[in-house]
Design a binder for this molecule. Sequence first.
Ligand code: NAD
Length: 487
Amino acid sequence: MIAATKAKIVPGRLLIDGQWCDGATKFDTINPASGEVLTQIVEATAEDVDRAVKAARKAFEDRGGPWRKMSASERGRLLWKLADLIEKNIDELAELETLDNGKPIFESRYVDIPMVVDVLRYYAGWATKIHGETVNTFETAFTYTLREPVGVVGLIIPWNFPLLLASWKLGPALACGNTVVIKPAEQTPLTTLRFGQLAIEAGLPAGVLNILTGGPETGKAMVRHPGIDKIAFTGSTSVGKEIMRSAADSLKRITLELGGKSPNIVFADSDIDNAVKGAINGIFYGKGEVCNAGSRLFVESKVQDEFLEKLVARAKKMQPADPLDPKTRMGAIVSQEQMQTVLGYIEAGKREAKLIAGGNRVSLDGGKGYFIEPTIFGGVTNDMKIAQEEIFGPVLATLAFDDVDQVVEQANRNPYGLAAALWTRDLKKAHIVSRQLKAGTVWINTYGLMDASLPFGGYKSSGFGRELGMNALEHYTEVKTVWLNMA
Ligand code: NAD
């Protein structure tokens, strides 16, 4: 039975210039565990985008206004207060995230929302540490740099970690003194709307944070808008390319966090039981709807039979269940559309490789929810569709290898380069292989760890720019050089 919810569903309105506003066109947001409509959400139009951008511009430029007058220390305190409010409402936010996305409440409550709090606190601390430099040039000149906010930034967010990925952008954007127009994904807008309520409660001045709900058309209107100075986008590689083309006209700044097909490499000398756990976590955490999912598992031939036997046994225990049950580790796929995409890849996999676990849609509670079994394919080769394309679901392709050079070459032979992992007891080999892998993050003897202080982002078609850590601050500031002639 899919548990009844206590979470208060937030009204689906837009936040523009500190006011909640309605709109003429609405769309449904669905609970993927039951297929039922949670609420209706406003589809923001190009006019709404324009109003939001004007509000953000005014809040940014207004010299006597509350945002400009606020000291860096006050901005930091405000972000910290917002983090406190999120922590205070953590149960409600976690439940909203699970209802909207279908992810297990265990993940929302103990990973996603706590990390939102952490990220905001991390950037609250940075607000007072963003500065330029004085540089010695000539005796007759005084030269220095200023590090200034970029201006109005447009943030476009995907549905897989809705509030968490929003916080990766909101934290540095606000700490650096920018104003924001943010668009959550159309599938999962609820936690961002609740965040807007908490931002008002924390005292964020009107116009500093504007929230526009809607789909691709709203996103396109943001990218086209000449009043937006920078777009920070997380989502698919195809949309990332479209944004890059569109942004070329205005030369607005862009950072892109895109897809992945990350290799997870198990050497025969690893702690096999730990590596099995890591492989399961790497692909089935977040239902595999994770940009850095370890979806290509390379296992050294010598240990392949033992490894796959243990892997399949664990996967079979991880059956999909009610996402609101704290014991559940496999939730519902985010939407019917995504479920069909994943099932399509499973069919393609059955044609080219050997299905060794799962492979089916699961019917729970009347069969209206979008659940898929943890699925594993054996006998995969690197050129197969299921080894090359991002599936974004609980589907693992396993490949065999015999030596280090071969596995490095295969791991790198893919358009993406977001993350990679390797399992071995040989530290020298671990460091050598880490250097050879073309990926923005490499995990050794673990999978998927993140911290607010460590940069995250992609090589190759996984995008460019880094989020988190001090590296993110670069992308939300411009550097100005000032010369004073003292001759
Ligand atoms: P998506 O690209 O379809 O949509 C992402 C966001 O962009 C949504 O808000 C959507 O409304 C908006 N959008 C869609 N078309 C647009 C357009 N033409 N112009 C402007 N905005 C547009 O991606 P998705 O299906 O929501 O998310 C899944 C993808 O995101 C996967 O490829 C995944 O790997 C990637 N992702 C990457 C990271 C990372 O950090 N690298 C993290 C999470 C997800």
